[in-house]
Write a protein that binds this ligand. Structure first.
Ligand code: AQP
Length: 336
């Protein structure tokens, strides 16, 4: 079976509040990879239900992530956009890989510890096994590259360990490629606007912690104006951002949105007060996000049929890739 060389797989959970971190850490990079790679972009609805989701909201959020992909510039005719639950190989391979992965490996996953919090006994089994499903998502396509934000690095390492152990256990050298993480750009970990030491996240109770892909220009400007900073002016160098998490975060966001480095941003704004910098950042964020936001809104309000069509056709094309790979996995494992 021929091994693809440049096959990209990645996904976003349809858990609502899609935010600037998801865009800069993931979706924007998905767009850029289309020119050089064969890309498969998934709305990972099976991951979403590892914590409770209202079924109606899950369906709406699934369409919304697909709309965000398309509005950001992913071409569903050239590449594949689909939702995970439509392709059975994800769940089927995940079971086999659950039997390959070790409990000790999963016990080290920091995201489970963060998400389960103090009530570990009350967390779902799915939340615990989430990284193995993620390994199955990638390996079901024998994908070679996975663009993700920095928070997913540990899960990617686990996917590589699972792939390696499968290949060793079943004496199938190189059957699964060891997928490479692609952690790209100046905003691989966008932080909360309320607390520069915490990741910007969908589940933060404060709306002011994140800029969402649904925010209008006024909301974006207000959230940036209220973003936590300090009284000092911006430093002249990147080293000067050390210990200034809020400032570092805003400079990183500006850099990513303008395709500059942080050093270049500070060359332009070093010495400026936040009263000057924040309106410039708001202007830039509105300029970059509002065409995406309005196209997403148009699709969600008037063209849900198109979104559903993209997801259905994408699933058929995704299955055409996973079917022969999973058939080979069955043979390797000894299923008749
Ligand atoms: N703050 C972030 N900065 C950069 N990248 C980020 N990503 C998430 N947050 C940031 C990247 O976005 C992609 C999709 O993420 P996800 O929806 O699958 O899951 P997540 O990491 O759990 O997202 P959230 O927003 O942080 O949700 P909650 O609040 O549920 O924990 C991934 O590539 C991720 O790295």
């Amino acid at each position: 079976m021929e091994q693809p060389k440049n096959r990209v797989f990645s996904g976003v959970q349809p858990t609502g509040n899609l935010h600037l971190g998801n865009y800069l850490g993931a979706i924007r990079n998905f767009v850029g990879l289309q020119a050089t790679h064969e890309c498969i972009y998934c709305v990972v609805d099976m991951h979403a239900i590892t914590v409770w989701q209202d079924p109606k909201e899950l369906a709406a959020n699934t369409r919304e992530v697909a709309a965000a992909y398309i509005a950001s510039g992913i071409d569903p005719d050239k590449h594949i956009i689909f939702n995970q639950s439509k392709v059975p190989a994800h769940a089927e391979l995940a079971w086999i890989l659950n039997c390959v992965a070790r409990i000790g490996w999963l016990n080290r996953m920091t995201q489970f510890k963060d998400k389960a919090g103090k009530d570990r006994e009350g967390a779902s089994v799915g939340l615990y096994a989430y990284p193995v499903l993620m390994a199955a998502d990638i390996l079901a396509y024998r994908a070679t590259h996975v663009p993700v934000g920095e928070d997913q690095k540990q899960h990617l390492e686990l996917a590589r360990d699972v792939a390696q152990k499968f290949n060793n256990d079943f004496a199938a050298p190189d059957f699964f490629p060891l997928p490479e993480p692609l952690i790209m750009g100046e905003a691989t970990r966008v932080m909360s606007l309320r607390d520069g030491t915490k990741k910007m996240s969908k589940s933060d109770p404060s709306d002011y912690s994140r800029i969402t892909m649904k925010d209008d220009a006024d909301a974006i400007a207000l959230k940036i104006r209220k973003a936590q900073t300090d009284p000092e002016p911006l430093p002249e160098t990147v080293e000067g951002l050390t210990g200034r998490a809020g400032a570092d975060n805003l400079v990183g966001i500006y850099a990513a949105l303008s395709d500059m480095t942080k050093a270049e941003v500070l060359k332009e704004f070093g010495g400026a007060q936040f009263g000057t910098f924040k309106p410039k950042l708001a202007e830039l964020a509105v300029e970059k996000l509002s065409p995406i936001t309005s196209e997403m809104k148009r699709m969600m309000d008037h063209d849900q049929g198109y979104i559903d069509d993209v997801l259905a056709k994408g699933a058929v094309r995704a299955r055409a890739i996973t079917d022969p790979i999973y058939a080979r996995v069955r043979e390797i494992v000894g299923f008749i």
